[in-house]
Every structure is written in structure tokens, then in C-alpha cells.
Design a protein around this ligand. Structure first.
Ligand code: BT5
Length: 242
């Protein structure tokens, strides 16, 4: 994959910019990085706090030869790549909270938003990754749940350094996934899984599944042992209970 980075000072969302560029036939490996996002997006219409200065906001354009119904695997690829990058720059071992939140010491340090468009020729996938790098404060609504690499590690990591490590990590993990398949990647994902074994409550399509998380199955669904047996959850929000 040939990496070409486009740097923007400010943009609504790097995913929006990347989706627009992808429609113009830019090659796989094109990366959009912005210093700030004015409407950074999370999943399901949620916002991603994206102030200028201390956060990394980037999107990578991919054109993988995979079926549309395997696109969720790319979010797992991104989570493993980002977890390895955070481990490298912080010296700490991050956790992945299903499906793809990145945590340091139980607080959210990064998030992943994968969006796909079935193009006329081939599939286009945009992988958006947000990482809190040097942030020392957060908006009140996430002050209790968010953290940054610097806050947890005490290391003065720059956004540029985090970007370099993250892009290199993504390139490596993504090409291994294309070469070796999803099995190996899932094994790596499981090594970072911080949900397994925990008491969880999963809100999924209006239902609330409570029990012990037992990891993910081969289709990326979360397995929860409830009083009625093991339930497989394909989408939802996990709240970890003490
Ligand atoms: C995510 O959504 O975690 C995906 C975030 C992806 C952001 C990147 S930045 C580059 C690219 N361009 C974009 O526009 N987006 C991507 P979700 O799982 O829905 O989590 C959103 C929730 O995380 C919010 O509702 C808040 O509770 C919390 N949150 C928001 N901003 C945060 C931040 N900077 N750090 C930690 N938590 C945050």
C-alpha cells in the first residue's frame, strides 16, 4: 500500500473529506489528517470531541477485495493497529472494549469509525481513527470517561509522532490481514480484549443483555453468558459493571 498523506488544518470530519476524495478515484492508502475537526463523528450520530492541538484525527482510504458483509473486519483491523500504536508510543498496554473502543486504564483514549460505500468498480472503505494524544482536559460530558496517552503515560508524545506510528502500524496490520486472513487478526484482537471475563450490560436494539462477557466469536459478535445461557450480540454498547 502506497501511503500518501493529505494534511488539513481544519475540516468538518476527516471521514467526510476522505469519502469525498474516494469518490474521485484516489488510490488505496490515501490518508487525510486534520489538526481539528469541527463536526468529528462517532458511531450512530454521536460526536467525537476534536479540539485543535492535542488530538490525532485521521482517515485512511482502502479499496479491499473483500465482500461488503466483511467490512466489520476492517474495524477490528483498525482496533488492533491502533492498540499496537498506542502500546508503542505510551509503553502501556491498552485494552480494546468491544467492538472497538481503545482504553487506557479503563478510560477511552481512542475510537474508530469505519464507513463503506459499495463503489461501481470495487468496495471503498474509509477507516477513521481518533486518538487523544497530548490532551490534558476534556469537555465536561466526557471528563470522567476520556483520557489521553500523555495523561496516562506521562510521556510527552507529539501528535506527529503518534501519526507516524499509527499509520505504519495500520499498514503492517492491514497487509497481514489481507495476506493471512481474519483468523490471525482476531487472535491478536483477543489479546487486547479488556471486556472478556467482565460483568457487562450490553444495550442492543432496545434490549439490555446482562451477564459475563466471554469474548467474541468468529463473526465478531460479543458472547455474553446470561442466566438464560450464552447470548451472541452483533451490535451494541457495552457498559462494564464492577
Ligand atoms: C467512536 O464512536 O468512538 C468513533 C470515533 C471516531 C473518531 C474519528 S476522528 C477521525 C475520523 N473522523 C471522524 O469524524 N470520526 C473519526 P463511538 O463509539 O460512537 O463513541 C462516541 C462517544 O465517545 C461519545 O458519545 C462520547 O461519549 C465519547 N467521546 C467523544 N469524544 C471523545 C474523545 N475525544 N475522547 C474520548 N471519548 C470521546
Amino acid at each position: 500500500m502506497n501511503i500518501i498523506v493529505h494534511r488539513l488544518t481544519s475540516v468538518s470530519s476527516t471521514n467526510d473529506a476522505a469519502l469525498r476524495m474516494a469518490a474521485d478515484d484516489v488510490p488505496e492508502g490515501t490518508v487525510v489528517v486534520a489538526r481539528e475537526q469541527t463536526s468529528g463523528r462517532g458511531r450512530l450520530g454521536r460526536a467525537w470531541a476534536s479540539p485543535p492541538g492535542d488530538g490525532l484525527y485521521l482517515s485512511i482510504i482502502l479499496r479491499p477485495s473483500i465482500a461488503f458483509d466483511c467490512v466489520w473486519q476492517i474495524a477490528f483491523v483498525a482496533a488492533v493497529a491502533a492498540a499496537k500504536a498506542v502500546r508503542r508510543v505510551s509503553g502501556l498496554i491498552p485494552g480494546i472494549k468491544w467492538p472497538n473502543d481503545l482504553l487506557l486504564n479503563g478510560r477511552k483514549v481512542g475510537g474508530i469509525l469505519v464507513e463503506a460505500r459499495p463503489d461501481a468498480e470495487a468496495l471503498v472503505v474509509v477507516v477513521g481513527i481518533g486518538l487523544n494524544v497530548g490532551n490534558t482536559a476534556f469537555p465536561p460530558e466526557i471528563a470522567e470517561t476520556a483520557t489521553s496517552i500523555t495523561l496516562e503515560s506521562g510521556r510527552p508524545v507529539s501528535v506527529e509522532q503518534a501519526e507516524d506510528v499509527l499509520v505504519a502500524s495500520f499498514e503492517k496490520v492491514y497487509s497481514a490481514y489481507l495476506r493471512e486472513g481474519f483468523g490471525l487478526l482476531l487472535a491478536e484482537w483477543r489479546e487486547f480484549d479488556c471486556t472478556a471475563g467482565r460483568q457487562v450490560s450490553v444495550v442492543s436494539g432496545g434490549a439490555d443483555v446482562k451477564g459475563t462477557a466471554e469474548g467474541v466469536d468468529d463473526s465478531g459478535s460479543l458472547l455474553v453468558r446470561t442466566v438464560d445461557g450464552v447470548v451472541s450480540v452483533s451490535a451494541g454498547e457495552v457498559v462494564m459493571r464492577e
